[in-house]
Design a protein. Structure first.
Length: 212
């Protein structure tokens, strides 16, 4: 089982090692550590870890939260394979077939930001233009889009939204009236580092699709 853990802790020597030791005692194999931020005396890191079997997320949270100053912001499943370069793979496929640029983007983008699914929608008609295979077939299946009105997703600027267990990222597609929406369930809100990464990839794909 592979999970992503988002942990906030004091930015001091040894703090990262404390988190690693706790995970080791729980039987976790740490595959990757991603630094999201270092500021105001605290650090926020994402750990990609695997266990030989299933694991109780609440136990992981409790054990890590027992370390003074450490706070667990989320534990959720991930499909991103550590050590790979999904950004480059996505752009390579878009370059090979620019006519399918946004279909390729929707299929690949969830793995770039540890989301569960993605869609490109047209807020004006409330239609799904493209969707990843994990996404709902229609907007009605999730009461709009996991409880958020489609009109609220038509943001003029990239935005992070939340609705209960569901965390959303909404990005306007350049030069169109469409929105790229990514969803995560039971995880923390999308971090600004994830938002920035998605924005850059979307901008490049949009340029490549227009140039074809």
């Amino acid at each position: 089982m592979m999970l992503r853990l988002r942990v906030s802790f004091p930015d001091r020597p040894g703090a990262l090692g404390q988190a690693a030791r706790v995970l080791g005692t729980l039987g976790a194999d740490i595959l990757q550590v991603t630094v999201l931020e270092r500021e105001v005396g605290r650090a926020v890191d994402d750990f990609t870890v695997s266990w030989p079997g299933t694991v109780d997320a609440e136990t992981v949270k409790d054990r890590l939260s027992g370390v003074p100053g450490m706070r667990v912001e989320g534990v959720w499943p991930t499909r991103e394979i550590p050590g790979t370069a999904p950004d480059y793979d996505l752009l390579k496929h878009v370059a090979a077939d620019p006519g399918r640029a946004f279909a390729t983007l929707v299929d690949a983008m969830p793995d770039l930001v540890s989301a569960e699914w993605a869609v490109v929608l047209s807020p004006e008609s409330e239609d799904l233009v493209h969707r990843s295979w994990q996404a709902p077939v229609t907007l009605d299946e999730t009461g709009g889009l996991v409880g958020v009105k489609v009109a609220d997703l038509a943001t003029l600027r990239p935005a992070v939204l939340g609705s209960g267990r569901h965390q959303l990222m909404s990005l306007p597609v350049p030069e169109t009236n469409r929105q790229l929406v990514l969803a995560r369930t039971d995880g923390p809100p999308f971090h600004r580092a994830e938002l920035d990464r998605a924005i850059r990839v979307l901008e490049i794909v949009s340029i490549m699709s227009r140039a074809s």
